[in-house]
Design a protein around this ligand. Sequence first.
Ligand SMILES: [Fe+2]
Length: 207
Amino acid sequence: MSSSPTVHEKAYRTYLEFFEVAERKRRWNVFDDIPWADLDASTNTEQRARCIETFSAQFAAFESEVFSSTWQLPFPTRRQMYCYGALQEVATYLAYKAQKDLAIREGDPVRQAIFSFLSRDEAAHAGFYRAMVSLDLSEDRAGTLADLAYVISRFKMPGDGLIPDYQQRLRSSGAGISTRLFVEHGLLPTLRTLGTSRAELKAVLQK
Ligand SMILES: [Fe+2]
């Protein structure tokens, strides 16, 4: 499956725009942009340590997976990977946003700054993948909807299966989001932006 020259050109422009905005507007520096002087070690807790450990474990698992002999893509085609990217990035956005909201409630400016930057980046990544799926929809709506329905029906976060006791760890550390939150604030808004619905995708799966 290859895209038409017009869609290919639009996809290239979407890439360029994404990187330009990333460089000009979203750039941040872990040394300069986080208010480290406000760090208060007396507020540390066991749960917070597990939360940080879980995020770190996700990075470590990614790293070892990426650098091992062959990384198994969760889906075989470019278009399915765009669909997967749109879902995975919005889930990551929600997970970081939950941490940001928690930091605000707990009055922790350091975690608030870190998770603000991270959630903003993840929202931009999700937007990029949605734009790519939209381009595919404009070219082949039926085929793209079939891929989207297929990917949603098999969706798992990248850490799931890589990190031991992933689901249990997410629950106990507070680093994860519930399925309900993902559906209401991630999946359904993504479908709305793409101009489709759960009902339409269900019908596609039943064909
Ligand atoms: Fe991301």
